[in-house]
Design a protein around this ligand. Structure first.
Ligand SMILES: NC(=O)c1ccc[n+]([C@@H]2O[C@H](COP(=O)([O-])OP(=O)(O)OC[C@H]3O[C@@H](n4cnc5c(N)ncnc54)[C@H](OP(=O)(O)O)[C@@H]3O)[C@@H](O)[C@H]2O)c1
Length: 299
């Protein structure tokens, strides 16, 4: 099976790259905007691909003819998506259309990664069929990308995820779990919001469900988060307990006190029954994830 991934310099992209390049049954094409930042360069071919360039997307997919394309590239900074609506639309919506058009021409399967931010967070955890109501431009852009696929002739799968975390190489952004781990080790006072609830997702688990979907040719919408739902405060507390850090310096604060540009849904989390039963998705517990991260950081 020939698989092409976009955004291979990103967190999910790197996890997919490392899993798929070792897969005997997969021929891997990794693409990202700019040069390859992954040190390991064997067993795959890398192309510089900006997915907002329609011609470049069309030409590469036409010439490489992958059976599956996994689109991990996106504008993921939720506040930036409020300030830069045009760029957000170009990357999170228009580029998905370019990929869908190119995939449809060669009958390839497009796997798109979406988010819990398509929901308003009033009544999570959510099932795949629940009604979206995004509060932010990021959420709206991801919902638009979902909607365009649902009316497109391409074979599509939408995987919805949230708070993706893990260890990667030269990543352009951090993630909350690694940030909290580092901040707890320093020991200073930490203000943590306690009015947002999420199911943090280990990047390896998300990569695994992408691969399951590709190999099983599973189409439609699937929830793809971690399995433990907790407040952000509880998440930091569990990280502290796991690594043996003190929690006396943790202060609970409200989301409103942060004055962020984009609104965040208070309580999401996903019901994973469909992914577990239909795909065999088996995400780690949060504490297992922390142990995996610890082993990776020690290497
Ligand atoms: N992270 C989360 O908490 C979270 C939550 C919900 C959903 N998701 C979704 O999950 C997916 C993967 O997230 P992630 O955390 O792995 O994101 P990420 O680390 O930001 O990776 C995205 C990658 O796409 C690359 N990229 C940016 N613009 C591009 C373009 N025009 N063409 C090609 N590549 C481009 C980025 O390049 P640079 O590295 O050079 O910037 C980056 O390497 C995204 O669709 C995201 O919306 C993520």
């Amino acid at each position: 099976m020939k698989i092409l991934i976009t955004g291979s310099n990103g967190l999910l992209g790197q996890k997919l790259l490392h899993k798929l390049r070792k897969d005997y049954f997969v021929e891997l094409i990794a693409t990202s905007k700019g040069s390859n930042r992954v040190t390991e360069t064997s067993n795959y071919t890398y192309f510089d691909l900006d997915i907002t360039n329609n011609d470049a997307v069309d030409e590469l997919i036409e010439s490489e003819k992958p059976q599956v394309v996994v689109n991990t590239a996106a504008m993921t900074n939720v506040d930036l998506c409020e300030y830069e609506k045009k760029n957000c639309g170009a990357l999170n919506v228009d580029a998905v259309r370019y990929l869908a058009d190119a995939c449809a021409k060669i009958d390839a399967h497009l796997i798109q990664i979406s988010t819990d931010f398509i929901f308003d967070g009033k009544d999570g955890p959510y099932k795949e069929k629940d009604k979206p109501n995004p509060l932010s431009n990021y959420g709206l852009s991801k919902l638009k990308s979902e909607q365009l696929l649902q009316t497109h002739s391409v074979k599509w799968t939408i995987l919805r995820t949230m708070i993706v975390f893990g260890v990667g190489e030269k990543l352009s952004k951090g993630n909350i779990v690694l940030w909290a781990k580092g901040a707890l080790e320093k020991g200073g006072p930490l203000n943590i919001i306690d009015d947002q609830f999420r199911a943090p997702t280990l990047a390896e688990d998300l990569a695994d469900i992408c691969i399951l979907v590709a190999k099983k040719k599973a189409y439609g919408i699937f929830n793809a988060s971690g399995k433990d739902i907790m407040s952000i405060y509880e998440m930091v507390e569990r990280i502290a307990k796991h690594y043996g850090n003190a929690i006396d310096n943790l202060n609970k604060i409200s989301t409103a006190s942060l004055n962020q540009k984009a609104l965040r849904p208070p309580k999401t989390g996903f019901i994973l029954d469909k992914s577990i039963n239909k795909l065999g998705y088996n995400p780690h517990s949060f504490e297992e994830c922390l142990t995996i991260i610890d082993q990776q950081l020690k290497k």
